[in-house]
Design a binder for this molecule. Structure first.
Ligand SMILES: NC(=O)c1ccc[n+]([C@@H]2O[C@H](COP(=O)([O-])OP(=O)(O)OC[C@H]3O[C@@H](n4cnc5c(N)ncnc54)[C@H](O)[C@@H]3O)[C@@H](O)[C@H]2O)c1
Length: 468
C-alpha cells in the first residue's frame, strides 16, 4: 500500500497553516487562509462531497476483539495527562509509548505509569514529527492524541497508515479536506478513528439522552448546544493552551469548537443513524473581547498588544437536518460570562435544558408551564452508565465523564464492538468549523454539509442506551 507523509497532502496549505499557528511565529494581521482546496462545492470553493470513495461500509465499523489495548499517547499536556491517569485505572489497556515535544511532559507521564505499577513506556521527544516514528516503530493497537488542533489529523493519519486505531481530542479536524482525509484513511486501512467527545458522557447529557430514548420528549424537532466558556485568561497564558489556542482567534472567524455542544444533542437526534446534517448558516458578532483583554492586561510595547483577532466573540450557527429538524450551535470564548454548553433538546411532548438542568414534560412535570429540577428526574432516568459507574469515575476529569469515555473506548476495542463515536461522527461534527467559516465570510449564506456516510445514514441503526 502506498504510504504518504501525514500532513503533506495537497497543496501544502496544512503545513503552512500549522507553522502560522505557533504563537510568536504567528505574525500579525494574518490573512484568512483558504479552508479547502477547490472542488465539488457548487461554486463555494470548498470541496463538499467526494464522489471518488465508493460506498461507505454497510454496517458501522467494528474491528476484531483484543485482550489488551496497547496505547501510544501523543501530546501529554493538560488533557493528555488526564487521559493517562484514566487509562491507568481502566482494565485491559497499557500505555507503552508516550510522545511530546516537551521531554519533561513525556517524563511526567512515564513516572505516573511506573508509579501505577506498569512498565516504563518508550518516550518519543525528538520534535514535532517524532509521533511518526512512534506510529511506525511501536507495536500498538491505539494511538491517542491530545495535541493542539493542528496536529490531530497528521497524528491520526500516521496512526492509521501504520495499522493502528486512532483516537483524537476535539475537534478532530478543521478543514473539509482533513475531515475527508480521516474518513478515507479509516476506510482504506479498516481502522477506527474516534473523536473523544467527553460531553457525550456528561450526566445531564446522558439523562437527556435517556429521556429521549424512552420517548418522553416525543418526536425531537430542535436542539441547541454550544461552548460558552470565558477562555480569555487561558488564551493569554504563556503555557499550555496559551501557546497555541489564541492563534486560531487570529486566523479564523468561525465556530471554532463545536463538538462539546453538538455531540450530545446529535446523539439525541440520531445524526448519521437516521438523520444527518444537511445545511448550515452561520453569523458572528464583532470581535472585541481579546483586544480589550490585551489592552487591559499588557503594556503598549508587549507583542500581544500588536496581535489582531478576527474571531467574532459570539458565533451562532444554525444547522438544518435532512429530516428538516434544526440545531443551534454557539461558540463564545472571548467574553466575561459563566460557563454553559446550553444542552437543550425539544420535542413534541417536552423539553430538556441545562445550566442548570431542567425538564418539562407535558402531563408529567409537577406544574404546567414550569420547569422541574433535572435532579428530580435522575432517580428514575439516570443513564445506566452513570448508575453503574458514578462511583468509579468520581474525581476523574470534567466531573467523571472523561473516565467514562476512556472506559467505553477500551471496552469497545476489547470486545470488538463499534465505538460509540466513529469517523463519520468525527468528520460531520468537526465540519461545522470550516463550513461556519465559509458562511460567515459569505454573508451568512447557507452551505451544504458533506455526507461523509454517502447515504448510509439512512440505514445505520439508531443510537442505543449502553451500559458499562
Ligand atoms: N475534551 C475536553 O474537555 C478537552 C479539554 C481540554 C483540552 N481538550 C483538547 O485537548 C487537546 C490538548 O489540549 P490541552 O489543554 O491538553 O493543551 P496543552 O497545550 O496543555 O497540551 C498539548 C500538548 O501537546 C504537546 N505537543 C504539541 N505539539 C506536539 C507534537 N507535534 N507532537 C507531540 N506533542 C505535541 C505539547 O507539548 C503539550 O504537552 C486539544 O485538542 C484540546 O481542544 C479537550
Amino acid at each position: 500500500m502506498k504510504k504518504r507523509a501525514a500532513g503533506k497532502r495537497g497543496s501544502g496549505v496544512e503545513l503552512d497553516r500549522r507553522e502560522l499557528l505557533k504563537i510568536g511565529a504567528a505574525g500579525l494581521g494574518l490573512a484568512a487562509l483558504g479552508a479547502c482546496t477547490p472542488g465539488e462545492g457548487g461554486g463555494t470553493g470548498l470541496r463538499i462531497q467526494r464522489t471518488d470513495l465508493g460506498p461507505a461500509p454497510q454496517d458501522p465499523f467494528a474491528s476484531p476483539p483484543m485482550e489488551t489495548v496497547r496505547i501510544g499517547m501523543v501530546g501529554v499536556g493538560l488533557q493528555g495527562t488526564s487521559h493517562v491517569r484514566n487509562f491507568l485505572g481502566v482494565e485491559g489497556c497499557l500505555i507503552t509509548a508516550v510522545c511530546d515535544i516537551v521531554p519533561e511532559k513525556a517524563e511526567r507521564s512515564a513516572t505516573l505509569i511506573e508509579e501505577a505499577g506498569f512498565p516504563r513506556p518508550t518516550l518519543y521527544t525528538n520534535g514535532e514529527r517524532d509521533f511518526e516514528r512512534l506510529c511506525a516503530e511501536e507495536e500498538l493497537d491505539l494511538v491517542f492524541t491530545a495535541t493542539p488542533w493542528e496536529w490531530h489529523v497528521p497524528v491520526c493519519l500516521s496512526a492509521m497508515e501504520n495499522g493502528k486505531h486512532a483516537a483524537t481530542e476535539v475537534p478532530a479536524a478543521y478543514t473539509l479536506d482533513d475531515c475527508w482525509a480521516l474518513v478515507e484513511a479509516a476506510e482504506r486501512n479498516q481502522k477506527h478513528c474516534v473523536m473523544m467527545e467527553n460531553c457525550n458522557y456528561g450526566r445531564m447529557e446522558m439523562l437527556c439522552f435517556n429521556l429521549v430514548k424512552q420517548g418522553l420528549l416525543g418526536e425531537i424537532l430542535h436542539a441547541e448546544g454550544g461552548y460558552l466558556h470565558d477562555l480569555r485568561g487561558i488564551k493569554f497564558e504563556d503555557q499550555d493552551e496559551g501557546l497555541w489556542r489564541r492563534a486560531h482567534s487570529m486566523q479564523r472567524d468561525a465556530n471554532l469548537y463545536p463538538t462539546h455542544g453538538l455531540g450530545p444533542v446529535s446523539n439525541c437526534m440520531d445524526i448519521n443513524r437516521g438523520d444527518r446534517y444537511a445545511t448550515l448558516v452561520s453569523m458572528s458578532s464583532p470581535s472585541r473581547g481579546l483586544q480589550l483583554w490585551a489592552e487591559e492586561n499588557y503594556p503598549p510595547e508587549d507583542p500581544k498588544r500588536q496581535e489582531r483577532y478576527v474571531l467574532g466573540d459570539v458565533n451562532s450557527s444554525l444547522i438544518k437536518t435532512a429530516l428538516g429538524r434544526t440545531i443551534l450551535v454557539q461558540h463564545n470564548t472571548n467574553l466575561p460570562r459563566p460557563y454553559s454548553r446550553i444542552n437543550t433538546v425539544e420535542g413534541t411532548r417536552g423539553i430538556f435544558t441545562d445550566y442548570p438542568g431542567r425538564v418539562y414534560i407535558e402531563g408529567k412535570s409537577e406544574r404546567p408551564h414550569r420547569w422541574d429540577d433535572a435532579e428530580a428526574w435522575l432517580e428514575e432516568y439516570d443513564h445506566p452508565l452513570w448508575k453503574e459507574m458514578a462511583e468509579r469515575s468520581a474525581g476523574a476529569g470534567h466531573g467523571g465523564m472523561d473516565y467514562m469515555e476512556d472506559y467505553r473506548l477500551i471496552k469497545c476495542l476489547r470486545e470488538g464492538l463499534p465505538t460509540d463515536m466513529n469517523v463519520y461522527d468525527a468528520a460531520a461534527i468537526s465540519a461545522v468549523g470550516p463550513l461556519s467559516e465559509w458562511s460567515v465570510a459569505n454573508g451568512s449564506a447557507p452551505i451544504e454539509f458533506p455526507d461523509f456516510t454517502r447515504g448510509r445514514w439512512q440505514s445505520w441503526p439508531a443510537w442505543e442506551l449502553f451500559g458499562a
